[in-house]
Design a protein around this ligand. Structure first.
Ligand code: DL6
Length: 822
């Protein structure tokens, strides 16, 4: 019997080759001799997308038929990373495609490199959303990701003379083969104007919102395939457009440019991602982005319900909406508005549905990241929503009065409107009142929310609070990014761990096997060599492959304390300068990460790293024992290269500041050992891997609070500790800035003046712990055991575990199996 596979679904090497050639010809319109690498990438991407589509349509069809309960994950950011490699892994065809490309004279690795990643997020929050989409699909949970299709994602980072320079990210310029526009499901969003009370056709008085602007949202869908399942869920991102391409009235009246300008104003809404991490951006356009994607998404959900004949009264049974931080929390008054104004429900009916629909995840303890909107701005853009928020607030404060009579101060503290000066809407409070669940992202974080930031709300609604420790997907951050480690794991414990990360525990059985430890080291060495080669080719810097790879890769922020790491580097350098023959464990310090363009101090820390590197890397006394390398333009794609090579993972935020962290998990899963404070998920990593496999340093949260209460004097630490004094003095003197004492003065003044993030207090503990690290690294066997045990004990940190917890605890959603039909 001769069987011919379908060109769009077949998985054999021959079929893949044929489909690839077909797509190159018919989609890219090129023959191989003139095709660019991007053409080849696109042809392959379409070949893979075809194979996703059958799963995607079968999934959509099954969900529609069953009217399945669905999670709507609303997030202003989805930091997805490149799609091709991940889809190959999840489809289970990486090896076949690799072979097919080889037979065509192409290199799959090169084609993977060609993909521009959609950088539609700043850091942890957006990447978490992407990991959760992977886990939702892998666990076969019906879900939709809703967000914004920013034309410009997070900026590209260049380094010029040691300073960060931002370049716009044109990720769409070569086309995006993974998305499908769905103009037929476009919706309109109202903005501005005013409200009026008028009688409807039955003589009932109703509020009418007369906007002064309407914007169109067009959905672009990307399939999200689970790992070796048939489930392909959807990420639906909204692009803003003008309702009409031209304002015909203005056009007729001769104001052609004015009309075109209106179109540009509308399109600006989805133009660019605000590049701030952990700080709120009180800009009008940002609020427009929030209402835009949230309103589009809610209307989309009502369309879906109508299509499945589910009455709107059952909104909360059909959907749970997870709010990824407060950025989408304006969805609460928007759902109320839709139900009351557009679907004629009573307030009580609408509120009953709303508060059963939303669940809120808080991602930060930093006060500057808690969103508040000036009432004047909010009311100008969303007059009807402001009225609804006032009404929610009135009713809520009545409830507070009932529960806590005669407590005026509590009412003032808890009001959704901050009246202490200029009046603001407090978005986190709105999210708390309008949601049935409130969660933090690590045990310590949730505890601090309850004790501190949201304490009043915890007293009011203790039953709403719960913890969901973050997780990461092992598909992207192991299977795809670390094939060498996966091969070694495969030979010992098989592959079950990819779907059940607790299976990594089985590795513990091999930790005493010297041959296995040898293989482990060999594997790490090969990965490090790749990074050495990469650094050489991109920066010209020679790195010693036998030095310890000590890495801090994350957004730049003072609370994350990259400058504490720098103080350690300077301390080691000073020791060498004092005694050039001192025995020192060779280290390569690698840094990666972006600073918000307007965050001067973070940019100055980047400049400091590069300046210290310039001196240390060139000083002959150092004899290559220390190297400092700033790896520019850290991204998901780049992170995948770096995590596997790490030996020491720097997680040294001030205790009580990092909500969770997820880089800490990615490093440890790839065999790095953490040096860290008791902050965020570090606490749980330490618990899992054991104190003997973790380098703990710094003050605890209680100690930080106590020291602050007592009156913290950074200057005293500086005076008392000669190594600290010398390190600071070297910076202050201009030693790293060509003799200019002014360059780093703001940083030094901060540290010795108020030192908000307590570097001075933690310096000695950090340095002593780093000395222990150096000692431990010299004992190769001990280090290897620690590395193996870190990997073995990371089971808890799979995003599959997090998503299962969400499902079981309060989403109450069951998996839905998808059968593959032609
Ligand atoms: O939960 C994901 C991620 C945490 O791992 C980080 O610790 C936390 O800093 C980050 N939070 C934000 C907050 N942004 N806002 N608003 O990015 O979330």
């Amino acid at each position: 019997e001769v069987r011919v596979e379908d060109d769009r679904t077949g998985l054999s090497i021959e079929t893949l080759k044929r489909a690839f050639a077909d797509n190159l010809f018919y989609i890219q319109g090129k023959f191989p001799e003139i095709a660019s690498r991007n053409d080849f990438y696109m042809a392959l991407a379409y070949t893979v997308r075809d194979r996703l589509l059958r799963r995607w349509l079968n999934t959509a069809e099954t969900y529609t038929r069953n009217a399945s309960r669905t999670v709507a994950y609303m997030s202003a950011e989805f930091l997805m990373g490149p799609q091709l490699g991940n889809n190959l892994i999840n489809l289970g065809i990486y090896d076949q495609v690799n072979q097919a490309m080889k037979e065509l004279g192409l290199d799959l690795e090169e084609l993977l490199e060609e993909e521009e990643e959609p950088g539609l997020g700043n850091g942890g929050l957006g990447r978490l959303a992407a990991c959760y989409l992977d886990s939702l699909a892998t666990l076969e949970i019906p879900s939709l990701g809703y967000g914004i299709r920013y034309e410009f994602g997070i900026f590209e980072q260049d380094i010029k003379d040691g300073w960060q320079v931002e370049i716009t990210d044109k990720w769409l310029s070569a086309g995006n083969p993974w998305e499908l526009p769905r103009p037929e499901w476009s919706v309109e969003v109202k903005l501005g104007g005013h409200t009026e009370m008028r009688a409807d056709e039955h003589g009932h008085f109703k509020v009418y919102w007369l906007p002064d602007k309407i914007v169109k949202g067009i959905p672009y869908d990307t399939p999200i395939l689970g790992y070796k399942t048939n489930t392909a869920n959807t990420l639906r991102l909204w692009k803003a457009e003008a309702v009409e391409s031209f304002d015909f009235y203005a056009f007729d009246s001769g104001d052609y440019l004015g009309a075109v300008h209106q179109k540009t104003v509308s399109e600006n809404i989805s133009k660019v991602l605000y590049p701030n991490d952990n700080s709120a951006q009180g800009k009008e356009l940002r609020l427009a982005q929030q209402i835009f994607f949230v309103s589009c998404s809610l209307k989309d959900m009502t369309r879906i319900m109508a299509g499945q004949n589910v009455p709107l009264e059952q909104f909360a049974d059909k959907f749970v909406i997870q709010l990824n931080d407060t950025h989408p929390s304006v969805a609460i008054p928007e759902l109320m508005r839709l139900l009351i104004d557009e679907h004629n429900m009573t307030w009580d009916q609408a509120w009953g549905i709303t508060k059963k629909t939303f669940a809120y995840t808080n991602h930060t303890l930093l006060p500057e990241a808690l969103e508040r909107w000036p009432i004047s701005l909010f009311g100008r853009m969303l007059p009807r929503h402001l009225e609804i928020i006032y009404e929610i607030n009135n009713r809520f404060l009545d409830e507070v009065r009932m529960k806590f009579p005669d407590d005026v101060d509590r009412l003032r503290r808890m009001s959704l409107i901050d009246e202490s000066g200029e009046r603001y809407v407090r978005m986190a409070f709105l999210a708390c009142v309008g949601s049935y669940s409130i969660n933090g992202v690590a045990a310590l974080h949730t505890e601090l929310l309850q004790k501190d930031v949201l304490h009043d709300f915890y007293e009011m609604y203790p039953e709403k609070f719960n913890n969901k420790t973050n997780g990461i997907t092992p598909r992207r951050f192991m299977v795809l990014s670390n094939p060498r480690l996966c091969k070694l794991l495969h030979s010992k414990i098989g592959d079950e761990w990819v779907k059940n990360l607790y299976e990594l525990r089985k590795l513990e059985g091999f930790v005493d096997d010297p041959e296995f430890r040898h293989q482990w080291r060999q594997m790490k060495q090969e990965i490090k060599q790749d990074v050495v080669d990469y650094i050489k080719s991109t920066t010209g810097i020679n790195v010693n492959v036998n030095s310890m790879f000590d890495i801090q890769a994350k957004r730049f922020h003072e609370y994350k304390r990259q400058h504490l790491n720098v103080l350690h580097i300077i301390t080691l350098y000073n020791r060498i300068k004092a005694n050039p023959n001192i025995e020192i464990t060779p280290r390569t310090f690698l840094f990666g990460g972006k600073a918000a363009p307007g965050y001067y101090m973070a940019k100055l820390i980047i400049k400091l790293i590069n300046s210290v590197g310039d001196i240390v890397n060139r000083d002959p006394d150092v004899r290559d024992r220390l190297k400092v390398v700033f790896l520019k333009d850290f991204s998901v794609k780049f992170a995948q290269k770096i995590y596997p090579a790490a030996e020491l993972s720097e997680q040294i935020s001030t205790a009580g500041k990092e909500a969770s962290g997820t880089g800490n998990m990615k490093f440890a899963l790839n065999g790095a050992i953490t040096i860290g404070t008791l902050d965020g998920a570090n606490v749980e990593i330490l618990e899992e891997v054991g104190a003997e496999n973790f380098f703990l340093c710094g003050l605890t949260t209680e100690e930080v609070y106590a020291l602050k209460a007592k009156g913290y004097k950074p200057w005293e630490y500086y005076k008392k500790d000669p190594e600290l004094k010398l390190a600071i003095d070297r910076i202050a003197s201009g030693f790293f800035s060509h003799g200019d004492p002014n360059l780093f003065k703001p940083l030094v003044d901060h540290l010795l003046g108020n030192d908000q993030y307590m570097l001075m207090a933690d310096y000695r503990s950090y340095i002593d712990t780093q000395d222990e690290v150096s000692q431990a690294y010299r004992d190769i066997d001990r280090w290897t055991r620690m590395s193996i045990l870190n990997v073995a004990r990371m089971g808890k940190f799979s995003s599959d575990r997090s998503i299962r917890d969400y499902c079981e605890d309060f989403w109450k959603i069951q998996p839905v199996k998808i059968d593959l039909k032609q």
